[in-house]
Ligand binder design. Structure first.
Ligand SMILES: [Zn+2]
Length: 280
């Protein structure tokens, strides 16, 4: 299984010379199975370039198929869906999984995003690709040889947030975003869900030293502690704050790597970078 990062920024896209190394597109992570399975987690603005990169393949001829796993419906995790050409090419098939909320289903959210108020597409009914929406549940399912499992991270019914685990054989990627470990139950569930992950992709826009107004994110130290306690091999920090420059991210990675070395920890640590591919 291969993992590709197409968008690693949180909140809003962040163009600018100081952000070029890690990239400015919002959340989009792709997983490719050994048999060509394609699973995409979140469709932030990174999905635009990812989708366009696929048009040279079967997606350009209307023969592509992908599974989309949506963690939640804040803008930085959904905004990219309508833009790539593949979404408008008849014959392509999109299987979209994610949480419904008390304010409306996942399908309604995407449909609303394409309403005439926001978009000339005039709604999901007008995109060319065949698409289906399935409410996510805790029942694991298979996409080819990839085993997908999911876990709710937030109790807020108007904005549920889910984590995903994708496994191929003994290798696994766990994706946890937009969580604040405000109670022990969520922490224990996350710990169990991330158990011995090959790669843990975890949002961590800030460190504990930073006094910032924030709406529900864990800190770099939380992600490291979770990865260590879960026995993960590698931690990839993502959902970088829009104010975080390349130089600052370099410094954060170095600081916490040095600390891991001092602790004698074998955990591999890095900050996710747009365009990066990792063999899981
Ligand atoms: Zn976010």
């Amino acid at each position: 299984m291969k993992l590709q990062f197409w968008g690693v920024r949180g909140y809003v896209p962040t163009p600018g010379a100081e952000y070029l190394h890690y990239g400015g597109n919002t959340c989009c992570t792709a997983l490719m199975g050994a048999n060509g399975e394609l699973v995409v987690i979140d469709t932030g603005t990174g999905f635009c370039q990812f989708g366009d990169a696929l048009v040279g393949r079967e997606f350009g001829r209307g023969g592509g198929e992908m599974t989309l796993l949506i963690s939640h419906t804040y803008w930085d995790h959904i905004l990219g869906l309508p833009f790539p050409a593949l979404v408008h090419i008849p014959g392509n098939r999109l299987h979209i999984y994610g949480p419904d909320s008390t304010r409306g289903s996942l399908q309604m959210v995407y449909d609303g995003m394409l309403s005439p108020v926001y978009s000339p597409v005039y709604g999901l009914a007008h995109i060319g690709a065949t698409h289906s929406f399935q409410p996510i549940s805790t029942t694991p399912f298979m996409v080819g040889g990839l085993r997908i499992s999911a876990m709710p991270l937030s109790q807020r019914k108007h904005s549920p947030i889910w984590a995903y685990r994708v496994e191929e054989g003994s290798r696994s990627v766990v994706y946890i975003t937009d969580v604040r470990y405000t109670n022990d139950l969520i922490w224990q569930q996350a710990l169990h869900f991330a158990d011995r992950a090959s790669i843990l992709v975890h949002s961590a826009p800030y460190t504990r030293h930073e006094q910032v107004q924030d709406y529900g994110h864990s800190r770099v130290e939380d992600a490291i502690e979770l990865a260590q306690k879960a026995g993960a091999e590698q931690l990839m920090l993502f959902h970088h704050a829009p104010t975080r420059t390349d130089a600052q991210l370099h410094a954060i990675v170095k600081h916490y790597r040095d600390r891991l070395v001092t602790q004698g920890s074998g955990l591999l640590l890095d900050a996710a970078r747009e365009g990066e591919e990792i063999e899981v």
